[in-house]
Design a protein around this ligand. Structure first.
Ligand SMILES: C[S@@+](CC[C@H](N)C(=O)[O-])C[C@H]1O[C@@H](n2cnc3c(N)ncnc32)[C@H](O)[C@@H]1O
Length: 248
């Protein structure tokens, strides 16, 4: 029996009209925005983004000697922390579909990098202790299919760790979040880099956050894919960290 895809958000016609056009449209946005991504993340998170990502990996149980696959690695913000924590006895590998992002990543990161999508990972089964994905589940075509793929590449007892921005519960929190991510960040990105590409990438970033399915859908897609008791922890009302474990 084939199951309907679990899409992370409805179609966004401002960026693509048909679902079949989506991967290429998303890829173009990230290819063009890649040179500016690190700078924007640093400014947008007031310099806290790298520390937060590293702490999330530590709390997911990443230790020296482990094998980590960082999907949607982008410029390597999660990957660099994963390399440091897994150490010389471990392995950290990055995967991303965007050639532009991988080019930027290579400038600051010596880890092996593979071009590919979360839905079809170009790696062997049962090869990793941890699969991480930072701020990218909104960009895939089917959450359940991607999580099944994560399950495939994890060793028994391995974990998945997902970082995401979620809308706050309170209406004032939602208004504040919208004001910052919709109005401030794209303008700062555009003016600060002097490019339309950076502004467009951050407008897309917000549009996908606003349209994203609620956390319960992400948790049940993890469960449907076969992860045990997936959990979600929230920091500051907006930063979600999902964890799931593969059975032994
Ligand atoms: C906002 S960046 C996140 C980069 C990094 N993980 C971080 O923590 O900042 C989103 C990344 O998702 C990638 N991406 C887009 N579609 C994807 C897919 N189907 N599978 C995996 N990665 C994808 C993009 O190319 C981009 O590099």
């Amino acid at each position: 029996m084939t199951m309907d895809p679990v899409r992370p958000h409805p179609k966004l016609e401002r960026y693509y009209v048909r679902d079949s056009e989506r991967p290429a449209a998303v890829n173009e946005i990230f290819n063009e925005g890649a040179p500016y991504y690190e700078w924007i993340c640093r400014v947008m998170s007031f310099g806290t983004g790298a520390r937060y990502r590293k702490q999330a990996l530590i709390e997911s149980g990443l230790r020296p000697g482990m094998r980590v696959l960082d999907v949607a690695t982008g410029t390597g913000l999660v990957l660099r922390a994963a390399m440091e924590l897994s150490g010389s006895s471990g392995v950290a590998v990055g995967v991303d579909p965007s050639a532009g992002m991988l080019r930027e990543c290579r400038k600051s990161c010596a880890a092996p990098l593979l071009q590919g999508r979360g839905e079809h990972l170009p790696v062997a089964s049962e090869a990793f202790d941890l699969v991480s994905m930072g701020y990218a589940l909104r960009h895939v075509s089917d959450l359940r299919a991607m999580f099944s793929e994560y399950l495939r590449v994890l060793k028994p007892g391995g974990r998945v760790m997902l970082l995401e921005i979620t809308q706050p519960h309170s209406s004032w929190g939602r208004r504040l979040n919208r004001l910052y991510l919709r109005n401030v960040v794209p303008v700062v990105a555009g003016v600060g880099t002097g490019t339309n590409e950076a502004r467009r990438m951050m407008s897309y970033f917000w549009d996908t956050i606003e349209a994203c399915v609620p956390p319960e859908v992400i948790l049940s897609a993890l469960e449907d894919a076969g992860f045990h008791n997936p959990t979600r922890a929230v920091t500051g009302g907006v930063l979600s960290r999902y964890l799931g474990e593969k059975g032994r």
